[in-house]
Design a protein around this ligand. Structure first.
Ligand code: SF4
Ligand code: SF4
Length: 126
């Protein structure tokens, strides 16, 4: 349970729906947004844009909070791309695209994607 004294405490809300990434335990993948509160201007664009309930908004202090970091879609950067203050990051000292590609390499996901393509043939067939 979240409480007001621990606004950044991750919760389990909605996690079940996003618990796997192509069959891999999402908790094993290092891809979560981080907000630099000193930069954040409290516009709320990230919280109102993300469709995965990663954020809540602290109306009193006018700041967005990351509450469900592992609900984040691996390699999505929409909130960071939109943030007018450049306050959201996914990788420290590294390019976010490089970080995403490293995740693809390290999880050796491509054989599983081939199977997924076969399973979704009717849906994805062009
Ligand atoms: S989009 Fe950026 S500036 Fe706006 S609330 Fe989110 S982190 Fe803060
Ligand atoms: S990167 Fe995408 S899924 Fe992740 S928190 Fe931002 S908008 Fe939501």
């Amino acid at each position: 349970m979240n409480c007001s004294c621990q606004p950044n405490q991750p919760s389990k809300e909605n996690n079940a729906q996003f618990a796997k990434w192509h069959g891999i335990d999402r908790n094993a993948i290092d891809w979560q947004p981080k907000i630099d509160e000193a930069k954040c201007i409290g516009c709320g664009l990230c919280a109102t844009t993300c469709g995965r309930k990663v954020y809540k908004y602290d109306y009193e202090n006018k700041k967005s909070k990351v509450v469900n970091p592992n609900n984040c879609m691996v390699a999505c950067q929409t909130c960071a791309n939109l943030c007018p203050a450049g306050a959201i990051t996914f990788a420290e000292g590294a390019d976010t695209r490089e970080k995403a590609q490293k995740i693809v390499r390290e999880t050796r996901i491509l054989p599983a994607i081939q199977k997924e393509l076969e399973n979704k043939k009717e849906e994805l067939k062009f």
